[in-house]
Design a protein. Sequence first.
Length: 472
Amino acid sequence: MGSPSFDLLAISNDPDGGTAPKRNSSVAAEPKQIPPFFKSLQWSADGTTLFTSSSEKHVCSYVLPETLLEPRDEPLQLKAHATLILGEQTSAIAPCPYFALENSYTHSILTASSDHPIHLHYAFPQQPSSDDGLPITTHQPPPIASFRLIKKETEAYLPIASLIWPAPGTHFIAGTTNRIAIFDVSNPSSLTPEPLFSIATIPSTRHIRKGNGIGMRGTISALAAQVRESGDAGLIAVGTRSRFMGLYDLQRAGECVATWGIAASADEAGIGGGGVTQTVWSPCGRYLVVNERASRGLLVYDLRGTNELLAHLEGRNGDTNQRLSCDVHPGTSAVGGFEVWAGTKDGGVVMWEGVGNESGAVSPSGGWDAHESAVGSTAMHTSGSVVATCSGSWEIAGDGYFSDSDCESGDSGDEDSDESSSCSGSTSEPSPLQPKRSPFVVKETSLKVWSIGSIGLPKRGTPEAEDDKTRT
């Protein structure tokens, strides 16, 4: 079989979802904000919708057309069907696990931010008009429900670092410092803001030696639910910023099954690492992929009794503190194992086939240059024929980045004003009406949807491809 080929189907370059409010040019200009970028994306459970979060306060919903795979001369220009503007930058989102586009009661999504409750929102709220120039945030609908995770001693909101809403959707799980909280959402008519129960990942926050050192100290930065054949969530894989892993059984009131550190394994593999950002179960539920920030690869653990490192996936340029999420997909019958797809900090996407079949260092099976900046998320469609990626990162603007046209044009709207601009090297004082430039720039940010095929073979997921797979 030839190397996979990738065709761009659709694209969006607007992480705000087209909700930027208009500003009256007669009002004194505010300092220019740091430009936003796409931070993460997830598919809906039915594969019809993409949910994205930005580096600002926006969570957008993109419904993909049924004609997505039809041939066309130019990629589709995606527009957000709905946009949520939160009070603060979101740290995690979790779409409804039984989302179905045809059923409006499933159109919900959880959002978490620091120093705020966890909110349950409609994914498609009624969008107000911003023609009046007022901030659109004043028109945002209230959340459906709110859930609190509070430190009793200070009554302060605990920062939510990770959030999952696993099937069948009766409960969701949040991770914070030294604690996992489980909330009950099985009865929408009587939602309780307090957690059903919580699990301390260390015996004591004051005494390190208490409990003989059993447990994990640190912020719970990654959560993943094992999917059983029955469709229920099995073990919960937990990762911390302090580079520890744990397995918890929620069917047994959160009993801790195992804990271990990953620093030694990453050092032995020579891939580095600076804290767990993501844990992903293999489709079969036997293996666990661990994704760290500032890492040049991924760790794969065999959880069938030993919890030992099976392999490390090398060849990924992820040496950055930015979160670069990966995804998994069942392998083909010809190769076996499962596939892992991950983005790099320089805009590429790499994939490994047959993961689980071999131990030690595993090299990439393929990849392509998808973007021009760090790929924050790579998400496979359940069909296996489509993959979505998003990119963007802040960079410090170097000398000469701003063009002369930027220096010559101002935001005050008065072309004859001598105070309409201020450039580096200019002897004139900057005007109060001239907004200051941010020292950070986003050179490229985009959401892209790709089709996956093989050279000389039909696109994956099509009937022709299935026939070809059967013949092989």
